[in-house]
Design a protein. Structure first.
Ligand code: BYC
Length: 329
């Protein structure tokens, strides 16, 4: 038993809370119930810190790796304007990673340790970025629908309990909403274009739909961390609720463009308000997030190359009196 703590006092105390100061835990949970933001120097249970580091770090890695599928198309974007927009978007994604690494650092894990864990495969990143962007239309589907999924998740979680993460998410969402407009513009252009363009965007949607369904995480009954993250207001809705919210907002828009979802079972149950569909292939999801997707090796190899090739920049920046610093006259 531990007083009026936010975790149900009638439940047995979870083992991850053993050894915590129960008085402080109670005060912490009361602050969260009351809608306070928790800041880096505030007291927090070890598990809250651990979960936040895991989730924010994975999110930061997703931004870094997420820049790659679209990044490979910068040199091949059709026309100067599209090239400029795509370059700006990719640059934004890398900026999001910096904001998120800074937020995770406030919890005590260094950026270097996080990057090491990405490169050794210890940390996860979003499943979707382990698939190839086969044609220009794939980049449009990513920018529209994956950014849309990210916005659904991030707008909700920006109302959460950890101050630095929420502030980073607010800024990220305002940039993501431009990405979404850009992606929608390219999809509409292709979907209302020539027969070849329509076919190209349809094929891209067919390829990306299963990973997009996986993007929101396993179903609620399989989610490992969901319950405690929602109790502590790190996640503001469950995986299935976020998925359903995304489907509510975007399936009608996809159908309006005359595009077809690659799942004939797709329909909204008007009584429950929930979407019904064929259960996504969760075995594939597990394989992909555990390192065995179509592009996992390629993605990490690119990041390892960037880490090695960029090491001189970090050395130069970290050297106080270095030969790299040109003295002012
Ligand atoms: N991919 O207990 P669960 C972007 C893992 S980037 C990989 O439900 P949780 C963009 C999960 O980590 C934005 N792994 O987890 C960038 C856990 O494994 P571990 C990306 C996943 O944390 C560039 C296990 O499955 N957004 O938009 O309660 C260009 C059990 O899951 C995934 C974020 O990162 C997945 N999709 O909920 C364009 C949002 N799903 O750690 C666009 C922040 C689950 O125990 N993250 N797993 O080994 C979250 O909101 C939550 O972490 C999730 C999962 C909803 C993703």
């Amino acid at each position: 038993m531990y007083g009026n703590a936010y975790i149900d006092p009638n439940e047995k105390m979870p083992s991850f809370l053993e050894g915590e100061d129960l008085q402080k835990l109670e005060e912490f949970e009361a602050r969260i119930t009351g809608g306070d933001k928790i800041e880096p120097m505030d007291w927090m249970p070890r598990e809250y810190r651990k979960q936040l580091i895991r989730m924010i770090e994975q999110h930061a890695h997703s931004e870094v790796i997420g820049a790659l599928p679209e990044g490979t198309w910068i040199t091949r974007a059709p026309g100067f304007r599209r090239k400029l927009s795509l370059m700006a978007k990719v640059q934004d994604e890398m900026g999001h990673a910096q904001l998120l690494y800074s937020a995770a650092e406030t919890l005590g894990k260094s950026r270097e340790a996080m990057i090491d864990d990405l490169l050794t495969g210890k940390s996860k990143y979003s499943n979707v970025f382990n698939y190839p962007a086969v044609t220009w239309a794939d980049t449009a589907v990513i920018a529209w629908l994956i950014d849309a999924g990210a916005i659904v998740n991030q707008v909700a979680n920006s109302k959460g309990s950890y101050g630095p993460y929420c502030r980073a998410l607010e800024r990220i969402c305002s940039e993501e909403s431009f990405h979404l407009k850009y992606g929608h513009d390219v999809v509409v252009h292709l979907a209302t274009g020539t027969k070849t363009q329509r076919q190209m965007v349809q094929e891209a949607l067919t390829r990306w739909w299963p990973p997009i369904m996986h993007f929101f995480g396993p179903s609620d009954k399989e989610s490992v961390h969901g319950a405690i993250l929602m109790k502590w207001k790190v996640k503001m809705a469950s995986n299935d609720d976020m998925r359903n919210q995304f489907l509510n907002m975007y399936v009608p828009k996809i159908w309006d463009l005359g595009l077809v979802l690659p799942d004939p079972a797709f329909k909204k149950n008007e009584t429950t308000g929930k979407w019904e569909y064929t259960e996504p292939d969760w075995d594939e999801f597990k394989r992909v997030i555990n390192g065995d997707g179509p592009c996992n090796k390629e993605r990490l190899a690119v990041r390892k190359w960037a880490e090695t090739e960029g090491s001189w920049v970090r050395r130069a920046l970290n050297t106080k009196e270095s030969a790299y610093v040109v003295p002012l006259a």
